[in-house]
Ligand binder design. Structure first.
Ligand SMILES: C[S@@+](CC[C@H](N)C(=O)[O-])C[C@H]1O[C@@H](n2cnc3c(N)ncnc32)[C@H](O)[C@@H]1O
Length: 379
């Protein structure tokens, strides 16, 4: 790239792109449908904010009422303004971004959005997500940190993850959507400003991401969902060749005593069905859909994620850590990457089922939503 990667990214999001329609791939454009429950929230967001949305997933976990939330790479503010409604008047959402043009759009509608909501609970900060410690943000003060298609653009992803870990409360979580590759991306591709700006060539090989997350103190990253990305622009597809990309959402709980694998202590949980909007079952991650009223044996890490987070009041917990029965069956064993089909499924075709395997690879769970280039995408 002619100048620094950060300058090139700033230019891409500041001036090259003027709206979602300018994107050349579906990487930084969420092709998945927004759930019905969130649609009224989106309807209260200013069209100028929506027009410059470049996210790749949905970053709205449950139980946000009253929460303090931080959005890394908040762009024009779409997710901040959705989350502002979910946290309510008693919560706060802070957005951080480095691109002046994107921040200006977000900031210029802050008063208008507050009028729509009936309260003001949002602020935006100009800064780098690799240097969160330089911003006016109290350590251990956020319940949830989110990010939507931004970490792949960072030139120091470990610094980002460490900064997030420092800002999360104990039991808080980093819940974020991002792009991953099925193998390491070559330096030559990383130097391509369009591929980088489109959130592709800065993407981590998914297993390297898991290593970085653990190095930053997140011992047990949990995959929530994953979908393949279509590189429908012929010029870009020719450059990326056999590389396959997915957009995946992970949740990283900030719980000190998580282990690097799920150990069996003979524990179990029962979901009470009390999380708003989830009366029948609660999805913790791609491998844990916890039905209401059913006793579910769980490994020690899952037990701790539920017991030491905001989910605790919604569960009954059985057992403790006094006995150990070995590795939890079907959990904690890293399976090899399943291959993403070279020809992506047709957008109109029915999505193949997500396999309930123990794999921690985002690539093995790509089938939740088929690849698509919706009207919002440039591809
Ligand atoms: C793909 S867009 C996503 C924007 C927003 N999350 C959304 O969903 O519309 C990437 C955003 O991240 C910002 N960004 C990229 N790298 C950054 C960094 N190192 N520090 C702060 N912001 C960054 C860019 O300025 C841009 O607004």
């Amino acid at each position: 790239m002619p100048d620094s990667i950060q300058e090139a990214v700033q230019r891409y999001y500041g001036t090259t792109l003027t709206s979602t329609a300018d994107l050349r791939t579906s990487a930084c454009c969420d092709a998945s449908a927004v759930p019905a429950a969130l649609q009224p929230l989106l309807a209260r967001i200013h069209p100028d904010v929506l027009a410059r949305y470049y996210g790749c997933g949905l970053v709205a976990p449950e139980l946000l009422d009253g929460a303090r939330v931080l959005d890394l790479g908040s762009g024009s503010g779409r997710d901040v303004y959705v989350l502002a409604q979910l946290v309510g008047a008693g919560g706060e959402v802070v957005g951080v971004d480095m691109t002046a043009e994107q921040l200006a759009v977000a900031e210029s509608h802050r008063g208008w959005q507050a009028e729509q909501f009936g309260y003001a609970n949002v602020r935006f900060l100009n800064g780098l997500i690799e240097q969160l410690e330089l911003l006016d943000l109290e350590p251990a003060s956020f319940d949830v940190v989110i990010s939507n298609c931004v970490v792949n653009l960072s030139t120091d992803k470990l610094a980002v993850l460490k900064g997030v870990q420092r800002l999360l409360k104990p039991g808080g979580e980093f819940y974020f959507a991002d792009v991953y590759a099925d193998r390491r991306v070559s330096v030559a591709l990383r130097d391509d400003p369009v591929l980088y700006g489109e959130c592709l060539s800065g993407a981590l090989y998914w297993n390297d991401f898991l290593r970085l997350a653990r190095a930053a103190g997140f011992a047990d990253p949990r995959l929530v969902n994953s979908r393949p990305l279509a590189i429908t622009d012929a010029e870009l597809a020719a450059k990326t060749g056999d590389l396959r990309f997915v957009s995946s959402t992970y949740r990283l709980f900030n719980i000190a005593d998580l282990e690097d694998a799920c150990e069996d202590h003979g524990q179990a949980v029962t979901y009470l069905g009390t999380v708003p909007g989830q009366p029948h079952a609660l999805g913790l991650d791609a491998h844990h859909r916890i039905e209401t009223g059913r006793l579910l044996p769980v490994g020690g890490n899952t037990f701790r994620m539920l017991q030491q987070s905001r989910y605790a009041p919604h569960f009954t917990f059985y057992g403790d850590f006094s006995r150990h029965f070995g590795l939890f069956p079907g959990c904690g064993d890293v399976t090899p990457v399943a291959t993403i089909p070279a020809v992506l499924p047709d957008a109109a075709a029915a999505p193949p089922a997500v396999s309930a395997v123990s794999a921690v690879s985002p690539v093995s769970a790509v089938s939740a939503v088929p690849a698509a280039s919706g009207p919002c995408c440039g591809a």
